[in-house]
Every structure is written in C-alpha cells, then in structure tokens.
Design a protein around this ligand. Structure first.
Ligand code: SF4
Length: 378
C-alpha cells in the first residue's frame, strides 16, 4: 500500500565555494546547469506524487546552498516544491542558506514563496575558525542576514554552529555560543567537527598540517553547549539540536522518528513505501537519467521489520525522550526492553542509559558517548 508521506526534501547541489570539512554532495554554482536541474527536480517530484500519497506538512530545501541560485531560478524551484502544498500557517517550509547569500532580493523571494524558516550556516563567530573551515562569510554577516529574513517576515531562524575546530578553545567556543544567543535564533544545531574522508580537512590532518583538538576538550565544549543553551532557554531535544519552546525542527523530527519522507535531487535520500533510497550524486547524470524517464536512484533497499525496528530505536535514542516504550511496542509488536535486552542492560549498568516507566533514553553522559550506545541497538 502506498505510503502517506508528510515530509519533502529537495537537494540543491550548488555552493559558492566548497568548505574544507564538507562531505555533502555539492559543486561550485554553474548557472548553465540550473534550468535543467530545476526541470528535473520538478519531474522527479511529479513521479513521486504518482507513487505515494505525498502531502507535505514540512518542506526542507537544502544542499548545498539553495540561496546561491539566481533569484528567478530560486523562485521557480520554490514554487515547484509542490503546487498542491498547502501554504498556510501549518506548513513548515525551511530553506538552508549561508550568511551573505541572502540579499534583500533573495529574502523577498523566500518570503514570497511562503518560506517561513531559514537554517543559516553560521558555524563560528571567530574569524580564524571560519578561515580554518574555509567559510566565505564574516561573523557580522550572520546578524545582518537574520535581520534581512526577519524584515521580510521569515520568523523562524536556526543557526548551525561547529565545535572542535582546530585551534578553538573552550573560551572561544563559549564566546561563539553567546554571540549566537544574542541574535535570538529560535533554534540551534551544534555539531562536533568531523574529519570526513575525501575532504581537504581530512587530508590536512593526515598530512599533519592540522591537529584535531583534544577529545576531553571537545567533550567539555559539548557540555558547555548544553549548559549555556539551557540557561538561555533552549530545550535540548536531540543530541545536537536545541530549540526555544515549540520551535523544534518538525522536518528533522520526521527523520528521527523514522517516518516516510520523499527526497528529490542529486544525492538526496528518501524512505517511501518501505524502501530506503539514495539518488546519484552527480548533477549532470541526475538530469540525464530523470529527463530520459529513468530512475535517478543509485541505491535502494527494502527494510524488513527487524531492520526497521532497530533503525527506529537507533534514531529515537538521538531524541531527548528516547524510545517511547508503548509506541515502539504498538508499531513493531515487541517490548523494546526485551527486544534490546543486552544493549539496555549493558548501558544502564554503565550509566549511559536510563529506563523510565514510559521511555528508554540516554543520560547526559550517554549523550557524550551516544555512538557507542546506539551501535549496540543495531
Ligand atoms: S556551504 Fe555548506 S554545503 Fe556548501 S560546501 Fe560549505 S558546508 Fe558544504
């Protein structure tokens, strides 16, 4: 039976320049490729509408940096994100952007398309740290971009920040956190820097020209994040995500709850009709396949019930509520305490998990070591 799908992701694979640490699929903007890409995205989206019951309550246009598109192409793309999407107050419509790519014209375009949430890649408020990451913006441009969004009625802003940057100190991280808090975003995502294979930053670490920070210092930074954001009124609702009351990212909650979503575009992933898939990570090949009427998928797998149960538990553990015991039992027919007995016993004994009458969730120490806990649920 076709899935009812309430979340749509659209991948725009263009950036002004590639950042040193990034392993998302994107390339430097080639305006010549934009019209055929937009056409192919619309085509793929139409195809999904034939195959599932797509009724987006959340739309997330990410990448890449969608706001590097020429304003006309951006407007066409946003309009095509679902002509039948109900653009009322209930729709969460997010676009990812980088500071300094949101000109007044772009802000007008976003607002005109009913975008009501912008996720901004601030990353740091320290010039040296931004240079290490090879970001193109300055700290001052974060606030200016937020003001441009708000002036055009985009009321929900999320800031991304990165800790664990080479050369970063606990003091400079807390200073970036305070600079972000002072701007009043409704939501913050704070991730530890990872050295992804194939990135320039990874190559520099291998060559010894970049030295990762001490893991204990990184743990201190994460703990400071939890404390400082809690003191500023942000609820720690997912391992790396914090929100003012009611401002949680509804789109990402769909992923963490392992619910179906449609992803379109080069490299986009999706989970529809029980099948998990990922599209080819190449703009030209993506356009070629879609316009020829072929599938852009590079990979797909049908998950059996046991795999879905394990994945659902693994994703739920990222949330502060953890696994809802009754909800899990109703969805999969297994009591999660029995189904994951060995993992639960081991990590409860180590103080990394706690079991309440209703939930199984990470402790604060468990959040620091989440990967080692979660892997035992797979
Ligand atoms: S702007 Fe974002 S998507 Fe583009 S290269 Fe940098 S981190 Fe990656």
């Amino acid at each position: 039976m076709p899935s009812t799908v309430s979340a749509l992701y659209v991948h725009v694979p263009f950036c002004r320049r590639r950042c040193a640490y990034c392993d998302f699929y994107s390339r430097v903007l080639d305006t010549g490729l934009v019209p055929s890409l937009v056409e192919a995205l619309c085509f793929e989206l139409r195809r999904h509408r034939e195959l599932c019951d797509l009724r987006p309550a959340t739309v997330f246009v990410g990448g890449g940096t969608p706001t590097v598109l020429p304003a006309g192409a951006l407007a066409a793309l946003l309009a095509s994100c679902g002509t039948d999407v109900v653009r009322d107050g209930t729709l969460e419509f997010t676009v990812e952007a980088n500071p300094a790519t949101v000109t007044p014209e772009v802000a007008r375009t976003l607002a005109g398309a009913s975008v009501n949430r912008v996720s901004l890649g601030a990353q740091s408020f320290d010039n040296d740290e931004l240079a290490t990451l090879e970001r193109l913006h300055t700290p001052g441009e974060v606030g200016a971009t937020m003001r441009a969004c708000r002036e055009h009625g985009i009321t929900r802003i999320s800031l991304d920040l990165i800790f664990g940057i080479p050369g970063q100190t606990l003091a400079s991280w807390r200073s970036s956190l305070q600079a972000a808090i002072a701007l009043g975003p409704e939501h913050m995502s704070c991730y530890g820097l990872t050295y992804e294979s194939g990135t320039p930053l990874h190559a520099r670490r291998e060559a010894g020209t970049v030295t990762p920070i001490d893991p204990d210092l990184e743990a201190d930074m994460y703990e400071a994040t939890i404390d400082d954001l809690a003191a500023a009124g942000y609820h720690h609702y997912e391992i790396s995500n914090f929100a003012k009351p009611g401002a949680e990212c509804r789109h990402n909650l769909v992923y963490w709850r392992n619910e179906p979503y449609v992803g379109v575009g080069p490299s986009a992933a999706g989970f529809v009709n029980g099948v998990r898939y990922q599209n080819v990570a190449d703009v030209a090949e993506y356009v070629r396949r879609v316009t020829a009427g072929n599938s852009p998928r590079e990979f797909e797998e049908r998950l059996d019930d046991e795999q879905r149960a394990k994945e659902t538990a693994m994703l739920a553990l990222r949330l502060s509520d953890g696994i809802d015991r009754a909800g899990f039992a109703a969805r999969f027919g297994h009591d999660p305490l029995a189904f994951f007995r060995d993992a639960v016993d081991k990590h409860v004994a180590a103080g990394l998990l706690e079991v309440t009458d209703t939930n199984i969730r990470l402790t604060r120490r468990g959040c620091l070591l989440a990967d080692t806990v979660i892997v035992d649920f797979l």
